[in-house]
Design a protein around this ligand. Structure first.
Ligand SMILES: CC(C)(COP(=O)(O)OP(=O)(O)OC[C@H]1O[C@@H](n2cnc3c(N)ncnc32)[C@H](O)[C@@H]1OP(=O)(O)O)[C@@H](O)C(=O)NCCC(=O)NCCS
Length: 182
């Protein structure tokens, strides 16, 4: 399966290539490392290249994980990424990251909306879930703006680094109303 190329006139989403490795590495910050659990370690060039090769292989094999690059549509600059993980029963989970220089411009919100519409339309997903730490206001804001419904606090839901953390569960269904447009 080929990765889609999705756009809303401001950002585009498509497959990563190895040419993205340097920008991906440069974009990672401590906030991203804390949220995804590898802080205080940093990614190495080798680890990023391996990740991109894995993401490409996942697309080629139509695997259970689909990762997309978030780009500024005007410049093509890599601004972050998002990942959908397919689960049983037409349920999928999604996570996302935006590099510091591009935060606060609505890119995460846009990426969540574009990806949601694609997984509902093309993959037959009936329920898309986000798991967000309670103090991650930026991510919770993006989830809300993208039309997700907050369903509650799941205690000790995820092992992040060396501790189990609570997560707020958000979901969106294909039948939910469209998200707010700015
Ligand atoms: C979470 C993250 C992806 C948000 O990316 P972003 O592109 O800046 O998000 P958006 O611009 O779409 O902002 C979404 C909403 O949150 C608000 N917001 C953004 N940063 C915020 C902050 N630090 N505190 C409070 N609200 C914030 C925005 O104002 C916006 O709400 P609004 O449209 O009502 O004003 C980004 O901060 C990031 O990559 N963090 C590290 C990785 C991470 O936490 N990923 C999510 C794991 S669940």
């Amino acid at each position: 399966m080929n990765a889609p190329r999705l756009s809303d006139g401001v950002i585009s989403l498509d497959q990563h290539t190895l040419a993205d490795a340097d920008a991906h590495l440069a974009g990672e910050d401590d906030e991203q490392g804390r949220r995804f659990g590898w802080y205080p370690s940093r990614s190495s060039p080798e680890r990023v290249r391996k990740a991109i090769e894995k993401w490409q292989a996942d697309w080629a094999a139509a695997g259970l994980t689909r990762t997309l690059a978030i780009r500024d549509l005007g410049t093509g600059v890599l601004a972050g990424g998002c990942q959908v993980r397919l689960r049983a029963d037409q349920i999928a989970e999604m996570s996302y990251w935006v590099f510091p220089a591009h935060r606060g411009k609505g890119y995460a919100t846009r990426a969540i909306v574009l990806t949601s519409d694609w997984v509902f339309g093309e993959l037959g997903i009936e329920r898309l879930e986000l798991y967000v730490e309670p103090d991650n206001e930026a991510s919770r804001g993006a989830a809300r703006r993208a039309g997700f419904t907050e369903e509650g606090l799941l205690r000790a839901r995820e092992q992040i680094g060396d501790e189990r953390r609570d997560m707020v569960l958000y979901s969106r269904l294909p039948t939910d109303p469209p998200p707010m447009r700015s």
